[in-house]
Ligand binder design. Structure first.
Ligand code: NAD
Ligand code: UD1
Length: 337
């Protein structure tokens, strides 16, 4: 295959699973990461799973000269851009850090790509760009309107990439809006390793199950949903990773295209907890507490477009998501630490 694939943030949670799928599909992979939210150990684990070792460049995308040096050494055919900061709460408390890191690093990357005439780009966006007022399932034409700084960085980058394409119609850009990625590689060798107390549901459940947290706080039971708790479209991280391989294969025509990556099914918090307990035979004590500010009742994707145009759909269900999340956590109670 001609040219390497540059994967920024390739040692992070979704990036590392995507690197595995790319290596399995015989792509040559170069990773840029600054390890601000990941571990060097990921590379050994990727090699253990695939028998291939991706090239790793430890650098910060905020340093444009360093990116330039990397592009001088390789002949990239495409870039998949995962790197960025993603904690919603932190983005509320420190918005400038989020606007600077997420936006400036993308500007730097795109400038260097332009200089080297590498114009194939796949960007990690999020369902958080949609406004809370949409009817479910949401398709890609849903109303936009994120309600926190993190989400706004994603929307601004989407718009910036659209402007970039308007200015130069040689760009081939795919925006992937992820719903709720969960689970881990079935080997239990790589997975999500949040710093400190987890914010998201599945990592919190696994940390209760492993005994690090006393119980799960279920944020609200009075939503207008099947059992009153929040409903989300959880997607196995391996399905998500495969979605990137398909997006890469289909990113052949100039233009900017947007796809939801989810399963199209919604599960409530209590459904996830009950499934997790049942399939893993572990107890997850929980208590109902107040709603978390900023949460929406229901979010799930219309995934028709990805199915029709990328020839992709999620294959793993909630049982595998719960099984693989637990397999990773019980084998690595402290993540990569
Ligand atoms: P992650 O934090 O595990 O991975 C991000 C990686 O980027 C980390 O390895 C981190 O060290 C690296 N990084 C951060 N800033 C960098 C910089 N300036 N230079 C170089 N490397 C840098 O996050 P993830 O869950 O794998 O998410 C990947 C992408 O997908 C992010 O852009 C995130 O916003 C987006 N996303 C994630 C979710 C989710 O629930 N995990 C949902 C929607 C969208
Ligand atoms: C969160 C982010 C969103 C991001 C998405 C990606 C917030 C406010 N939003 O969304 O920007 O795109 O992750 O995966 O952080 N829950 C509990 N107890 C917990 C944790 C969560 O009851 O300890 C509930 C939540 O109220 C929600 C569901 O579980 O109903 C899922 O929560 P979470 O995993 O944090 O994801 P989102 O809220 O969808």
């Amino acid at each position: 295959m001609s040219g390497e694939i540059l994967v920024t943030g390739g040692t992070g949670y979704i990036g590392s699973h995507t690197v595995i799928e790319l290596l399995k599909a015989d792509y040559d992979v170069v990773i840029i990461d600054n390890f601000s939210n990941s571990s060097m150990k990921v590379i050994d684990r990727i090699e253990k799973i695939t028998d291939k070792r991706p090239i790793l460049i430890n650098t910060d995308l905020l340093n444009k000269e360093n990116i330039y040096d990397v592009f001088e050494k390789f002949s990239f055919s495409s870039v998949i851009h995962f790197a960025g900061l993603k904690a919603v709460g932190e983005s509320v408390n420190n918005p400038l850090k989020y606007y600077y890191t997420n936006i400036a690093s993308t500007v730097n990357l795109c400038e260097v790509m332009t200089a080297f005439d590498v114009k194939n780009f796949i960007f990690s966006s999020s369902a958080t760009v949609y406004s809370a007022q949409n009817k479910m399932p949401i398709n890609e034409d849903g109303n936009l309107g994120p309600n926190n700084p993190y989400g706004r960085t994603k929307l601004f980058i989407e718009e910036m990439l659209s402007d970039l394409y308007q200015s130069d119609s040689n760009w081939k850009i795919t925006l992937l809006r992820y719903f709720n990625p969960v689970g881990a590689h079935e080997s239990g060798l790589i997975g999500e390793s949040p710093n400190g107390t987890p914010n998201n549901l599945m990592p919190f459940i696994t940390s209760v199950a492993v005994g690090k947290q006393k119980n799960l706080k279920v944020f609200g039971s009075d939503y207008n949903t099947k059992d009153g708790t929040g409903v989300r479209d959880y997607i196995h991280v391996i399905d998500l990773a495969k979605g990137h391989v398909q997006a890469l294969k289909h990113n052949c025509e100039p233009g900017i295209k947007t796809y939801n990556l989810g399963t199209g099914k919604g599960y409530s918090v209590l459904e996830v907890v009950k499934t997790f307990q049942l399939v893993n035979g572990v107890n997850v004590p929980y208590e109902i507490v107040d709603r978390r500010p900023g949460d929406i009742p229901i979010s799930y994707a219309d995934v028709t477009k990805a199915k029709d145009q990328l020839n992709w759909n999620a294959e793993k269900g909630i049982i595998e998501m719960c099984k693989d999340a637990w397999n990773w956590q019980k084998n690595n109670p402290n993540g990569y630490n």
